[in-house]
Design a protein. Structure first.
Length: 226
């Protein structure tokens, strides 16, 4: 995984900050990613991107305050209408790459980098779980009428195990203990691989199919902005 370029908005004069950021993002080629660092919650920028470039970018937070707000922004490969499947599967891929990069650092004994990436992975995956449980799962249950005995019940239980393993990976990075990190990664992947497959092959497409275009667009935007 190559290092993601960073644009630190705190170093840009306020009078030209928004225009400079938008110009830099417009220059991204499909598939290219940028890490944006802001001194405050960038809701104005994110809303502007969705309004002016509705199908151009995907984004997800790395860190949300109190000192800095950091976001991954990626230029989308295809300008197709948004769906739950393409946004959350993109986030799965982004997080998988981040975890791999953390282990590459740990295997080289580069512990500060390993820890920073492990913490970013934790923040990103926990946020992913949060938007699923608070936004996506209720939308799926409402659209399908499947609640108490449905897949979201199983996935909520799996999220508990996933979080526990992620906490273990971060502890291993803090303790500079590669063996512990590897053990916890095995625990994580024992749940996460099948979990993500069920989401990408069943839950996400079922939600996409049940909602009309306007409702689906609104749901994905809500996922992105939370």
């Amino acid at each position: 995984m190559s290092k993601t370029p960073v644009l630190d908005a705190r170093e840009i004069p306020m009078a030209t900050r928004l225009q400079t950021i938008v110009a830099r993002l417009e220059g991204l080629q499909p598939g290219e990613m940028l890490e944006l660092v802001a001194p405050h919650e960038p809701s104005k920028l994110l809303s502007k991107l969705l309004a002016e470039f509705p199908l151009r970018f995907d984004f997800s937070p790395l860190e949300r305050g109190p000192v800095a707000w950091r976001y991954h922004v990626t230029a989308r490969l295809d300008p197709v209408p948004r769906s739950v499947t393409n946004y959350l599967a993109w986030d799965h891929d982004r997080l998988d790459a981040m975890l791999e990069h953390a282990f590459e650092h740990a295997q080289r004994g580069e512990w500060p980098g390993a820890l920073a990436l492990a913490q970013d992975f934790k923040h990103g995956l926990f946020r992913h779980i949060e938007i699923e449980e608070q936004i996506l799962f209720p939308a799926f249950e409402e659209a399908t009428g499947i609640r108490d005995m449905g897949p979201t019940v199983v996935m909520r239980h799996e999220h508990v195990d996933i979080k526990e393993a992620v906490e273990g990976i971060v502890r291993g990075a803090k303790d500079k203990n590669l063996d512990e990190m590897e053990r916890q990664r095995a625990n994580l992947l024992g749940v996460l691989i099948e979990h993500n497959m069920k989401e990408e092959q069943i839950l996400y497409p079922s939600t996409d199919q049940r909602l009309d275009a306007k409702a689906l667009e609104g749901l994905v935007v809500k996922l992105m902005l939370n």
